[in-house]
Design a protein around this ligand. Structure first.
Ligand code: ARG
Length: 438
């Protein structure tokens, strides 16, 4: 629509001003003005309510109790063992069953088993329980509520584990204590406010993907940089000092003094920076076939675990992911083939692809060895790309994250029938243990 210019003669001018003044409070203006005032008041009330009434805060408790219907097993002492992982999941699931549907006004967030230890006729369980309650509630009042819910479910619910009532102890703990207890376990993500992050539902991608806005979403992600020429590869923190990465990242140089590692969701500025003191490349790495594309890099000084920096779990060598399992790949790599490195960390949800499919003549025609794992989509579109190499492909098992792949190679990026190829970490579980003892 076009607007024709209106011209006024000098003589008409006074009449126009007069009319304007009289019409200033016409019904439409009045209505809009009222609406604006109402909106402002509404927003103000909303903000006040949010901070005064709805202000929940986290409450953490350390729970210890004895379970009498299971026997202690040697491997419960090893937190990376299948036995420990499975038992903890069962106990954590029981806790959600107890608290999820309980009344009490608050909200159960989640629980994590810290340790399983032997006791006469049974197993002692130490675990952290996390709740959100209105901040006006007191720690002791909530403790009573939690205890009551627990006691009640011991009596009324059919629980898989027999908890001995007299052994049950509940101790309120603060943020720092909770964090340090959880640090004894790998693969747990937290937001900066110490709220546990839910399992990600994002379907974004590295190629054409979204930036990871949240700090602490992928706290094991590291950037390996050559001093003077910047980001080269991704890597994953697996202990206080060790990074897991790809062998091909060290084609240019294996001299550790030329390398640094950074952590955090941006390359510049990094949240944490460390020098590299040692590099171990797989002795059977083949640059022609990309077989055994795995390496370890040790930091000269250890990193403290926090919300921002955390280690990922190594999977048991027996872990098998069926085709079409949802996994995530993250990295600072390019978003188009041959594009530049990204300063902000990106993530993509991809799906595992069976080796028989990946080795088809129309896919990778037999190039996939037992030490490799394909992930992506047959139609392409979502993939890792140049610069993501060495970075993690992770799998979420009940809020505990495991590294199942290392970004290794692929034909171009995100092409149909050319998914990403990753180093199959389960295949190298014993190699890792033989090199660094974890
Ligand atoms: N080799 C590449 C690098 O050095 C990563 C390749 C991953 N490619 C892929 N299409 N998934 O960064």
């Amino acid at each position: 629509m076009m607007y024709a210019p209106v011209e006024f003669s000098e003589a008409e001018y006074p009449r126009v001003t007069y009319q304007k003044r009289q019409q200033f409070w016409d019904p439409i203006r009045l209505a809009l003005f009222t609406l604006a005032i109402v909106a402002i008041i509404g927003i103000a009330i909303g903000i006040v309510t949010h901070f005064v009434v709805e202000d929940d805060r986290s409450f953490y408790y350390l729970a210890s109790f004895k379970v009498t219907n299971i026997k202690y097993r040697e491997n419960y002492g090893m937190k990376s063992s299948r036995e420990f992982t499975e038992r903890s999941h069962q106990i954590e699931r029981m806790m959600s069953r107890i608290f999820r549907r309980s009344s009490g006004g608050g909200r159960f967030i989640k629980s994590h088993v810290i340790s399983l230890s032997p006791s006469e006729q049974g197993v002692n369980i130490l675990m952290v329980l996390m709740f959100r309650y209105p901040s006006t509630d007191s720690v002791e009042r909530i403790k009573k509520k939690v205890e009551r819910t627990l006691y009640q479910s011991l009596k009324t619910k059919q629980l898989p584990f027999s908890i001995s009532k007299p052994s049950l102890r509940l101790t309120p703990i603060d943020n720092r204590k909770m964090r340090s207890l959880l640090n004894s376990r790998c693969g747990i993500r937290m937001t900066p406010s110490n709220m546990p992050l839910p399992a990600s539902s994002s379907t974004a991608r590295i190629v054409q993907g979204r930036e990871t806005a949240m700090d602490g979403e992928w706290p094991w992600q590291a950037s390996l940089q050559l001093i003077g020429s910047g980001h080269q590869c991704g890597a994953s923190l697996i202990s206080h000092t060790w990074l897991l990465t790809a062998a091909h990242c060290f084609r240019k140089t294996k001299d550790p003094s030329k390398w640094i590692a950074t952590f955090g969701t941006t390359i510049t500025p990094p949240a944490v920076k460390r020098n590299v003191g040692k590099i171990i490349v797989h002795e059977n790495y083949h640059r022609e076939t990309n077989d055994n594309d795995i390496a370890l890099a040790q930091l000269t000084t250890q990193v403290e675990f926090s919300n921002i920096v955390q280690r990922v779990c190594l999977p048991d060598s027996s872990l098998k992911l069926p085709p079409k399992t949802s996994v995530f790949v993250t990295g600072f790599g390019s978003i188009v083939d041959d594009g530049p490195t990204q300063n902000k960390l990106r993530q993509a949800r991809v799906e595992t692809i069976g080796t028989s499919v990946c080795n088809r003549t129309d896919v990778y025609d037999g190039l996939i060895t037992p030490g490799m794992l394909c992930a992506g989509f047959m139609e392409g579109k979502v993939d890792a790309c140049k610069g993501d190499s060495g970075g993690p492909l992770v799998y979420d098992n009940h809020d505990i994250w495991y590294i199942v792949g290392i970004v290794s190679w692929g034909q171009s990026c995100a092409l149909p029938k050319k998914p990403g190829v990753y180093t199959r970490v389960t295949k190298y579980r014993h190699w890792i243990a033989s090199k660094i003892g974890i």
